[in-house]
Design a protein around this ligand. Sequence first.
Ligand code: PEP
Ligand code: MG
Length: 600
Amino acid sequence: MSDTTVRHAVKPSLNLTLQGIAGSPGIAIGKAYLVEQEDVDVVEKRFVEPKNIPAEVRRFKQGVKKAQKQLQSVIEEVPEELRDHTYILHAHMMLLKDKMIYNGTIEHIEQENVNAEWAVKIVVDKVKSIFKKMPDPYFRERASDIAHISKLILENLLGTGHSNISYIDKRVIIVAHDLSPAETTQMPLEKVKAFLTDLGGQTSHTGIIARSLEIPAVLGLENGTELIKTGDLIIVDGSAGVVIVDPDEETLARYQERKDLFEQYQAMITRSSHLPAETTDGFHLSVMANIEVLEEVVSVIDHGGDGVGLYRTEFLYLNRPTPPSEQELFDNYRDVAEIMAPSTVTIRTLDIGGDKFASGLQLAEEMNPALGLRAIRFSLRSPEIFETQLRAILRAANLGNVRIMFPMISEVDEIVQAKRMLNQTAESLEKDRIPFRANIEVGAMIEVPSAVIMADILAREVDFFSIGTNDLIQYSLAIDRVNKQVAHLYQPLHPAVLRMVQRVVEAGKEAGIQVYMCGEMAGDPVNLPVLLGMELDAISMNPISIPAIKMLVRMISLKESKLFLEEALKQPTTTDVIKLVQDTYGSSFPKAAFSQPNQD
Ligand code: PEP
Ligand code: MG
């Protein structure tokens, strides 16, 4: 999606079009409600006399305590439909006492003789900048969590009020600079037609919550709060990331029609989400879910997921001074495995590294963290952390249908070493007489071009491949997956990407192993015809994308998608591939299946 653009149209209606990031699909039409927020960034530095330092430290501690109480009461009042998301608020509670922030602020007050507000600002800015440099968008977004908790503390220290949005009395479109999870969950959500924020991206909490509640959202508008006023009539197209302020009659009618179509489509896919994804000629494609926290399992089941194709296990390692214990990991993995059983749960070992730890395990800063000590490279260099996780996975595998996969494999040696560690771990569990499953399926994520080239050899070492297109596209097209400047070049249907995926599938099939895909590419309907033609064994995606994908699978035959793939592979450019998809399936797929950002 391109940068924020603003274009003016004819009067009398302004028809002001803003382009942001598509945060949650759907169309909403309604009046804007601007959430004013106190600007707590303006904090003054004051010197505090040494004799008053203990009192200043106490004042800071009281500010934190009050923030904890405020969050606790928000947690207690979270409405039923948002219960799944209280983990975010619990994480904020933990963050309030994070060593780097809490102890760091106290030390700063004591060492620099400054007021608590200033110390909070200095320490938090430093921690935020560490997070902001992280390569993974999920972790980068966590800088906003730190901003939210520091805002709470600062408001308490400064005695300023909170933006109170709980009194909204009519159905509105919420427009905010940023929304903390506490603010989002406190809202009377039945009154919220859509969310718009200046900050945030697809992986921000507002996006995550909006998607799970199926409320349209456009994020990252940058200056939305400057251009929109309370009471403005606006159209929100959460699928395309477009907002139209003060639309004219014709635009309004067009979007009303699209809104109706989208709602009919939603109703249709929801009704059929629990049917198997079987093509008209009987080929069954497993449609699974990607999850990041245990609580999302409910959403997988609700959306008809055939299992968990990717459990990203990083979350439990964040915001804490030491890595989680074997027991904590085991409890978590066991819960996921038991709830999903008999369906499969694919646990990916830790994909963390560079400077991704907020505290505790400090690693060297890297010039190119995406090319640095991350994922399997980090795990092989940190055998204790790796072994703890492997033990927990092998134990949980005894209680459900669990398979394991290793991220960022770039050479055969890595998979050999990882498997050796896995075997040693199994031996040690055996020695300790702890129940575990020995014959767990082992997979390699294929997300580095060297792994694509070596797929035939790698296939001898594993039971399955899972193609991680988020990274594979980044590394093969040389497009930083989080850089907005080159986002328009990030093309899943790039002919080179298609050829690589095809090569991996062929190598896997040749070796008689299963091949899955778990990158975002798998969840976008526009990519489905080619993926189906490749005859992948399973595709895994964000749980909310599952119903639409399953329905589309049921509308095509494997035979025709294979012929389609043949044609697609002949195309010289991404544009040609997309055109082929539109020409072939544009009229037979429901119109709402393809988001159409450029239609206007
Ligand atoms: C991928 O790279 O496609 C993938 C699924 O892993 P992640 O997005 O967690 O890097
Ligand atoms: Mg990846």
